[in-house]
Design a protein around this ligand. Structure first.
Ligand SMILES: Cc1cc2nc3c(=O)[nH]c(=O)nc-3n(C[C@H](O)[C@H](O)[C@H](O)COP(=O)(O)O)c2cc1C
Length: 156
């Protein structure tokens, strides 16, 4: 059996909720990518050019630290990585996660929640940044995902 892990970062709970639903639909385990320093409402203020999220997203080398290391990745064949779209992209903590996790030889699926923007730019960026990874596809998901939606995405 193909063992699946759903890894996600969620600053305000939307991606967490979607990740939990996805995990139950695909019968996978969950891993939360938790920042050492949690994001406050002020950190997430995208209208403030000096807020933490604005500064991180303006700096492509920013790598926010992760609190808990994932150390059983070898047990999985398929890894889903989920995040909220920030300025069209994956938050920089996703780069921290990818660079600290042995994802080579895994089948990788990306997913995101957003206020409306698509996931495509973030997929293209991550594929360019990590050309050795087997990123199969990605999908923007809502809070009401269905079995049919997930099966057609995964090609079942
Ligand atoms: C800093 C920041 C930037 C965002 N940028 C975008 C964006 O470019 N496009 C979009 O549709 N939504 C954007 N959003 C909205 C989030 O993607 C959306 O609310 C998401 O579902 C939040 O997920 P979470 O609760 O798991 O953190 C942004 C939110 C934040 C905090």
């Amino acid at each position: 059996m193909d063992k699946k892990l759903i890894c996600y970062f969620s600053a305000s709970g939307v991606t967490k909720n979607t990740s939990e639903k996805l995990a139950s639909l695909v019968n996978g385990n969950l891993f939360e990518i938790k920042p050492v320093k949690e994001y406050t409402a002020r950190d997430l203020d995208w209208q403030d050019k000096n807020s933490r999220s604005s500064l991180e997203m303006a700096d492509s080398s920013s790598r926010p630290e992760i609190k808990v290391k994932l150390n059983d990745i070898e047990n999985y064949d398929t890894v889903f990585i989920g995040y909220p779209i920030w300025w069209g992209l994956a938050p920089r903590i996703i780069n921290t996660f990818i660079e600290n996790t042995k994802l080579e030889n895994k089948k990788i699926y990306l997913f995101a929640t957003s206020g409306g923007s698509g996931i495509e730019m973030s997929i293209n960026n991550l594929k360019n940044e990590y050309p050795s990874l087997n990123i199969i596809s990605g999908k923007r998901l809502s809070g009401n995902i269905t079995n049919d939606e997930i099966n057609s995405w995964l090609g079942k």
